[in-house]
Design a protein. Structure first.
Length: 265
């Protein structure tokens, strides 16, 4: 059976997060090795590794927490904290639904451009490239995708933006070529509290099916600030979150860039 994700893809995924100085590398590496040794399918391993990375900022707020089961399903993880067995259900809140599909297409395009550059000369082009695109980008057809790949390829070769690429910035990487989105924060990019409330209500419905052997079950809602579809500047009507009712013992919202955390329950 052909692997859905190669070992190299997983290394690249982890390498980008290494650029974040706040990353707790040692436990993350240990948890990833544990996931690798599990009988999970490659797709599930990739999913679990990504999820534990999203929890990195959360772990800074609870330095005593130790994950015991990384491969369970309901909840996503089981940990130990203060002699209590804690079930942790993780979910991501998407702030820009219309960008989710575009971002998914762009990530595939990035991978094709990476392959082109590495095949030509990995040593010459290795690094992490942060790209910003013009707003009219349309990666919805094969023809457009090929044009975007070519624009990215030319921009990196020339060291300056061209075509649909608006800006390009390079950071050091000692092994491979890695292409990602440039991080730009919109000062008025609000995350509606109603989106968080809706997520909580959906998870409330599944609560009776979670592992009953845990002492407490926590819900952790993450905004993946490395994703253009998940970014936000502030939570609108934040006070509405304090009115939420849920069977979860604790509910948190955390963003994984600066590590800001909001205790909802």
């Amino acid at each position: 059976m052909k692997k859905t994700f190669s070992d190299e893809d997983l290394i690249k995924n982890l390498s980008l997060y290494y650029l974040n100085r706040h990353l707790k590398k040692k436990p993350i590496e240990k948890y990833h090795r544990t996931i690798d040794q599990s009988p999970l399918h490659d797709r599930e391993k990739y999913k679990k590794k990504t999820e534990i990375l999203l929890l990195n900022s959360f772990m800074h707020h609870f330095p005593e927490i130790k994950f015991e089961d990384l491969t369970c399903e309901s909840p996503d993880f089981i940990a130990k904290l203060n002699d209590k067995k804690i079930g942790i259900e993780l979910t991501e809140v998407i702030n820009h639904l219309e960008m989710k599909k575009i971002e998914s297409s762009l990530n595939k395009i990035f991978r094709q451009a990476e392959i082109l550059l590495e095949q030509e000369d990995t040593t010459k082009y290795r690094g992490v490239y942060f790209l910003e695109f013009h707003p009219n980008i349309r990666p919805d057809t094969l023809e457009n995708q090929q044009e975007i790949i070519l624009n990215i390829y030319k921009s990196i070769k020339r060291g300056k933006a061209c075509g649909c690429v608006k800006s390009i910035r390079k950071s050091f990487h000692r092994r491979n070529v890695f292409i990602t989105h440039e991080y730009n924060m919109n000062l008025f990019d609000e995350l509606c509290s109603e989106k968080i409330v809706e997520l909580i209500e959906k998870k409330n419905e599944k609560f009776p099916y979670y592992d009953t052997s845990v002492d407490e079950c926590w819900l952790v809602i993450v905004s993946d600030m490395n994703s253009i579809a998940s970014r936000y500047t502030f939570i609108q009507d934040k006070e509405h979150l304090q009115k939420v009712k849920s069977p979860f013992h604790k509910i948190f919202h955390v963003e994984n860039l600066c590590g800001n955390i909001t205790s909802i329950k």
